[in-house]
Design a protein around this ligand. Structure first.
Ligand SMILES: CC(C)(COP(=O)(O)OP(=O)(O)OC[C@H]1O[C@@H](n2cnc3c(N)ncnc32)[C@H](O)[C@@H]1OP(=O)(O)O)[C@@H](O)C(=O)NCCC(=O)NCCS
Length: 198
């Protein structure tokens, strides 16, 4: 079972089929999709979210992929972003995006905290690999904040053709534990069973 995390301001719960309309509405935005790998189509097809969630996310939930909807705590049924982990790195093990109107409030950093704990404590990862387009400074800062180490830059194509390289990051279990010792109460969270349909 994939847990639901209640953080200071968020409910981070497993994605379900009823999230598809909100996912599509928020995700279908060049400021988000432009930052992603060129395998994501742009313009984004009308059934793109439906196909992705039903074919790639839901069948793999809890097997080799763990995908959470990020919601405000007071609106736990309304997806405003997504964070997911996958076992087989490509080379990265995590992806995320947040609806444009919710940027700049610390929500993504807050959502990454319990998910990262889950990866190390429950899934047994020894390290997590992240990436972002060289130039995607907002994504870069989410990694820097928790003590991830920049380990290289490689050629990669993104939807935004101005990006031609990806920064690769590593977060070891040891560095994560070290970061947690110095973090603030903002990142405290509780775990609950999901009261949502699968
Ligand atoms: C990557 C992405 C999720 C980052 O969003 P974000 O809002 O910048 O990140 P956070 O939610 O963690 O917010 C951090 C910002 O909020 C600010 N902030 C405001 N109030 C805050 C609070 N109470 N607590 C923490 N930070 C707060 C921080 O100072 C920080 O701003 P800064 O980066 O200018 O210093 C978002 O830009 C996005 O969805 N991009 C498109 C998709 C994408 O790039 N995905 C990743 C591909 S690798």
């Amino acid at each position: 079972m994939i847990p639901t995390f209640i953080t200071s301001r968020l409910c981070v719960r497993p994605v379900c089929a009823t999230d598809i309309p909100a996912w599509h509405r928020h995700f279908n935005c060049y400021e988000i999709i432009g930052e992603l790998a060129s395998s994501v189509p742009w313009p984004f097809p009308a059934d793109g979210t439906e196909q992705f969630v039903r074919n790639k996310i839901l069948p793999n939930q809890g097997h080799d992929r763990w995908t959470w909807a990020i919601c405000l705590k007071e609106l736990p049924n309304e997806l405003i972003g997504v964070i997911d982990l996958w076992r087989e790195g490509s080379p990265e093990n995590r992806g995320f995006w947040l609806a444009r109107e919710f940027w700049g409030r610390g929500y993504m950093s807050e959502a990454t905290y319990p998910v990262t704990d889950f990866a190390f404590q429950d899934l047994g990862f020894e390290k997590l690999i992240f990436n972002n387009a060289l130039g995607n400074d907002k994504s870069r800062r989410v990694k820097e904040r928790v003590g991830a180490t920049h380990i290289g830059t490689v050629p990669k194509l993104f939807v935004n053709p101005d990006y031609t390289q990806a920064e690769i990051w590593e977060l070891t279990r040891q560095n994560w534990e070290r970061y947690k010792q110095h973090t603030t109460a903002l990142y405290e969270y509780s775990v609950s069973k999901p009261p949502y349909p699968d």
